[in-house]
Write a protein that binds this ligand. Structure first.
Ligand SMILES: [Zn+2]
Length: 478
């Protein structure tokens, strides 16, 4: 991008002071000079050379030459998807989980969560309404709720959900029986039901998301591993082999293509889903991956706390996924942040699958891809915000430029060890504890408000935007 495209406006000729000015910001453009970024009403309204005088502003933040990049968009989180027996634990209950986890996200430079409504087999609309209410009261970050389709009753709810602002619907392929019950009532659709669901989603102008692991293969492999005794991350990996992901991803994209329904394969853990996309060649498909498939593996010494589905893979495959990301074969990242406490992750058989990590997604990607592998900041920004913004109907996010939403992160660079008690989350363990970060958030801005700076949460009465409201259809259109 050139400075001309950024539209150097000079001082703004408006009456009221700016909401915020960020001084001396290093931004991802061809021009190495530093910028002063002016914000009004949550939008970037000026970007001037840092040597020029700035307009008066209610708040001033000096970036002192640090990188200023868009806040991350986490395309996959499960804030408020609770283990109900821990509702009494501070931070893990319905009255404060969104408050605590959204602060943790902001402390890590993530300003927008594409969060799943609480899973269950009852009405999707009820779960969505409850999610909106909890996030509206508590969330310090922007939230866009994903819907889901556990059964055909949920498919019937699609038109109403879309009218009320839901633009995405997740389907599951692996979970059945006992495993589904353990996860709070997750249900999977069979292939015939998926065909109907893709058609219904497309007819309503929405998008599909698919957890792609084939249930037949997972059932058979899990039975085999349980019989011989599940006691390692390698055994858990064998219970959900990469072929199950490839098989399911191929099926999902093939069926979505028939309905011409945009589909994202979520949390891609192996090359098999990538091969499936290359084979089906449906241009409405996208691939989401997670940082844990690159920086953790079956060799990570984290015991059953490392259980997640799809599973962590062996170190060679983790390296191959990194290479696939560098080659541009993954479109965006989700954290798949789960809020299960360590107490639910003690035993190999019964541990709940799922890892915490919304606040570490951006710092770990900056460390692993930019610091360690030399990825450009422009490309990192595409992977952590811009691509997701375009995919999910948020074109004002994911760029530091005039007219864009002022969701921003000022980066600190150096060396910092990950410590659980510095993560501002209610989850009492981290699979990344002890790792070294090379970049993290010095300050985070959401909607033009400084919501995190130097380990503190100023303006804690700020609430993020409920982005589904942007997609609600007027009653007359329904
Ligand atoms: Zn998930």
């Amino acid at each position: 991008m050139t400075p001309e495209m950024l539209g150097q406006t000079g001082a703004a000729h408006t009456e009221s002071p700016l909401q915020l000015v960020i001084l001396n910001a290093k931004v991802a453009t061809d021009d190495p000079s530093l910028y002063n970024i002016g914000v009004r009403d949550g939008v970037i309204v000026s970007m001037t050379n840092s040597s020029e005088p700035t307009s008066p502003a209610d708040a001033v933040l000096d970036a002192a030459g640090r990188w200023v990049i868009p806040g991350a968009i986490d395309t996959h989180s499960h804030i408020n998807q609770r283990a109900f027996e821990y509702d009494h634990v501070p931070g893990l209950g319905p009255d404060d989980n969104f408050a605590v986890e959204s602060r943790g996200a902001l402390a890590g430079g993530c300003t927008t969560a594409l969060n799943y409504a609480q899973f269950g087999s009852a009405s999707l609309l009820d779960a969505y309404h409850e999610g909106l209410a909890a996030a509206g009261e508590q969330s310090r970050m922007n939230v866009l709720f994903h819907g889901y389709l556990m059964d055909m009753k949920h498919v019937e709810e699609i038109p109403t959900a879309v009218a009320e602002g839901v633009t995405t619907f997740k389907m599951f392929m692996p979970y059945r029986g006992e495993e589904a019950r353990n996860l709070g009532g997750i249900g999977s659709l069979n292939h015939a039901q998926m065909r109907d669901a893709f058609a219904a989603i497309a007819a309503n102008g929405a998008q599909a998301l698919v957890h792609a692991e084939d249930g037949d293969i997972v059932d058979a492999c899990m039975h085999h591993e349980s019989t011989r005794g599940l006691d390692s991350l390698a055994g858990w990996e064998r219970s959900r082999p990469t072929i199950a992901e490839g098989d399911a991803a191929w099926t999902a994209m093939y069926l979505a293509e028939e309905a011409d329904c945009d589909v994202t394969i979520v949390h891609v853990s192996s090359l098999e889903a990538i091969r499936a996309r290359d084979a089906v060649k449906f241009d409405g498909s996208a691939l989401e991956s997670c940082v844990h498939y690159m920086v953790l593996s079956t060799d990570s010494d984290i015991g059953p706390e490392g259980k997640v589905a799809p599973p962590l893979r062996d170190p060679a495959l983790a390296e191959e996924i990194t290479r696939a990301v560098l080659e541009g074969r993954i479109d965006f990242f989700g954290s798949d942040h789960n809020v299960w406490p360590a107490a639910t992750k003690q035993d190999w058989e019964t541990s709940k699958p799922g890892l915490p990590g919304i606040g570490l997604m951006l710092p770990l990607l900056l460390t692993h891809l930019v610091h360690d592998r030399g990825m450009s900041m422009e490309r990192l920004i595409e992977l952590t915000s811009r691509n997701a913004a375009l995919r999910f109907g948020l074109p004002g996010k994911g760029l530091v430029a005039l007219g864009m939403d002022a969701d921003l992160v000022v980066l600190e660079e150096g060396e910092r060890e990950i410590k659980v008690d510095e993560l501002h989350t209610a989850v009492d363990y981290s699979p990344y504890a002890g790792m070294t970060l090379r970049a993290w958030s010095h300050a985070t801005i959401c909607g033009g408000t400084v919501v995190f700076a130097d380990g503190e949460f100023p303006n804690d009465d700020f609430r993020g935007e409920l982005l589904n409201h942007r997609f609600r259809r007027a009653a007359a259109d329904v």
